[in-house]
Design a protein around this ligand. Structure first.
Ligand SMILES: C[S@@+](CC[C@H](N)C(=O)[O-])C[C@H]1O[C@@H](n2cnc3c(N)ncnc32)[C@H](O)[C@@H]1O
Length: 275
């Protein structure tokens, strides 16, 4: 792949997703897209660029699927779930009438669903321990069709669940047998409260019910340059109820950008009540 082709692809990727590829990603892009180009039977990168232009949004979506890094796992950065359960949910439910009627959570950039189902387990555990009638729902959104397909299936390898407590596996997963030996599926009582949608974080957010009480956007902002990060944090802030929480990844430092949120530590932020 020449530097010129790389630049054109980089611009298309940025335009479609805001994912910012630094110049040292040329080899990565070439190897991830080379397979797709061969599948399509295209001989050169110029043919691939022409194909992308002719095919429009669907092929661009495939391009973004190939470029996006979907790495995730259950109970990633577990301390944030512990703080949510032990310190944040109680006060939120006490002070917010809307949260009491139905807690709304959003995993923005949910990849293959592990973050959504971790949050679902934490809320279900909280309800069991504190408030049996807690009503909640979670929206999981991502730009990647491929990741969302896995999320909607809700089937995971048992060896990779790495759940922090004995008992969670039995309570929240059905264990597979036959061809599904070694896999498990999230139980319907959690699935019923979870919705997955395809959503570009820089496009319209009208699929997201508002106001939100807890928004997770972790390990997503690192793919954007500071101007896009600033815009995204403002958008996430605007979806939150005053007093609601934004949970960012430990690597998504908000230190370098201007934003209106209060930092509570451990990558957790709060929309000020009076702003
Ligand atoms: C590394 S995963 C993070 C998954 C999960 N939040 C976690 O922390 O484990 C980053 C996700 O961001 C998604 N993403 C990247 N750009 C996006 C955009 N513009 N809109 C929505 N999702 C995007 C990618 O498809 C990918 O699934």
């Amino acid at each position: 792949m020449s530097a010129e082709v790389f630049e054109r692809l980089r611009a298309l990727i940025h335009q479609h997703s805001r994912i910012h590829l630094t110049p040292n990603k040329l080899n990565m892009l070439s190897s991830r897209l080379g397979k797709r180009r061969r599948e399509l039977g295209l001989q050169s990168w110029d043919e691939y660029l022409a194909w992308l232009t002719q095919q429009g949004p669907d092929e661009l979506d495939t391009l973004i699927d190939l470029v996006a890094t979907n790495h995730t796992h259950f109970f990633r950065e577990a301390i944030q779930f512990e703080i949510l359960q032990a310190e944040l949910l109680g006060p939120l439910l006490t002070r917010s009438p809307t949260a009491k009627r139905g807690l709304r959570c959003w995993s923005a950039g949910c990849s293959s669903g592990e973050e959504v189902f971790t949050l679902a387990i934490v809320l279900a555990e909280y309800a069991q321990g504190h408030q049996a009638d807690l009503r909640w729902q979670i929206e999981g959104t991502d730009i990647s069709h491929r990741a969302l397909h896995t999320a909607r299936q809700a089937i995971y390898e048992m060896d990779r669940l790495n759940l922090p407590q004995a008992g969670l596996l039995e309570r929240y997963f059905q264990q597979g047998s036959g061809p599904y030996e070694g896999f498990c599926k999230v139980k319907p009582e959690l699935l019923d409260k979870v919705h997955f949608h395809r959503l570009n974080l820089f496009g319209p957010l009208n699929q997201i019910p508002q106001p939100q009480h807890v928004v997770f956007c972790r390990n997503v902002m690192i793919y954007f340059e500071p101007a896009s990060q600033t815009q995204l944090v403002q958008r996430l802030h605007d979806t939150l109820e005053p007093g609601g929480y934004l949970v960012a990844g430990h690597s998504d430092s908000l230190l370098r950008i201007k934003h209106p949120l209060l930092s509570l530590g451990n990558g957790i932020y709060q929309r000020p009540v009076l702003a």
